[in-house]
Design a protein around this ligand. Sequence first.
Ligand SMILES: NC(=O)c1ccc[n+]([C@@H]2O[C@H](COP(=O)([O-])OP(=O)(O)OC[C@H]3O[C@@H](n4cnc5c(N)ncnc54)[C@H](O)[C@@H]3O)[C@@H](O)[C@H]2O)c1
Length: 248
Amino acid sequence: MRLDNRTALITGAATGIGRACALLFAQAGANVVVNHLGDHTQAQTLVHELQALGVQAWAVEADVSRATEVDALLVCLQSLAPPIDILLNNAGIIAEKPFLETTESDWDRMMAVDLKSVFLMCRAVLPGMVARASGVVINIASDLGYLGRAQFAPYCAAKAGVMGLTRSLAREFAPHIRVNAIAPGPVDTAMVSLESMSAETIELELAIPQHRFAQPQEIAATALFLASDFSRFYCGQVLGPNGGSVMP
Ligand SMILES: NC(=O)c1ccc[n+]([C@@H]2O[C@H](COP(=O)([O-])OP(=O)(O)OC[C@H]3O[C@@H](n4cnc5c(N)ncnc54)[C@H](O)[C@@H]3O)[C@@H](O)[C@H]2O)c1
């Protein structure tokens, strides 16, 4: 599954799943734009690791939940990197809170980072793909977008929204541009940790048939498949590397 001579833009790529995808895409020959928000050192370290694999790599900071920053990111890329062939919308946040304590600003922030960012990035990158009649978009959703989870209503709603957006864009931009999503189960990253979740939630996350967290590389393997020509008949699909949490 090679990605030679292609350029991938990965949002929220300095850590976790995004970082693993950047490394695997580079191993497959892709140039990588590492988007991050405030993770300068980690993003720069990753860029050096990617360049050591023999590809071109750039770090670009932007808050992808804000239209002005997404537009500035695209302007910056026009002079910095080749056209984007692969857009991986990975940036995301999670928050655990009882629904009745959820404020309007909690809701708006989750929607902005986990759902609106996908809209903004696709709106910015798709015109170039349309002009070249070629491109791949991969959106990171979550198994919780199907399952729902007490204390996580805004996150689950945003991730279900990502799946709906994926299907709509897949229909609108086929056949030349392929849009698909990944809905991972629990993955061993900072997002699923005692700093961000209660012990009860972590226990729930582990109560899946495989009884373990995925490593970020296991999600990256699915992303590489969707980015590559091996998945050329996949359109509007949501793939589920989830340890059995969802069996549609
Ligand atoms: N870890 C899991 O169990 C799991 C499961 C299902 C889905 N996911 C999804 O996978 C994606 C990656 O998460 P992860 O587990 O690697 O956690 P992570 O916290 O390591 O990665 C999220 C990244 O997004 C970045 N980010 C957040 N807001 C941003 C913004 N406004 N602009 C740009 N970057 C921003 C963060 O700085 C971070 O680098 C997320 O969309 C998450 O919802 C994770």
